[in-house]
Write a protein that binds this ligand. Structure first.
Ligand code: SF4
Length: 85
């Protein structure tokens, strides 16, 4: 029987993914200010992603994006229909 996998974590909750999370944080920091989601809105999006059935080990099961990176880009939206954010 396959080992069940955790589907409900963001990268920040996975110790073995810290290097990957750091790379994503660097990509976010490299975004021009005008393209970065404001912090309050970013946290709101993350809260919705944490509750979403499509969250799969830090990625969105619908689009394949790393969730922490997707929510930080102000021009992107949730791919769900209807979108969560
Ligand atoms: S981007 Fe949308 S569909 Fe993907 S995990 Fe977040 S809330 Fe769910």
């Amino acid at each position: 029987m396959d080992k069940p996998r955790c589907r409900k974590c963001l990268l920040e909750n996975m110790e073995d993914q810290q290097a990957l999370l750091r790379s994503i944080e660097e990509l976010i920091e490299a975004l021009p200010e005008e393209k970065r989601t404001p912090e309050e809105e970013r946290q709101r999006r993350l809260r919705l992603c944490r509750e979403c059935d499509a969250l799969n080990s830090g990625t969105c099961g619908l689009c394949g994006c790393f969730v922490e990176l997707r929510v930080a880009k102000n021009w992107l939206h949730c791919p769900k229909i209807p979108p969560c954010w």
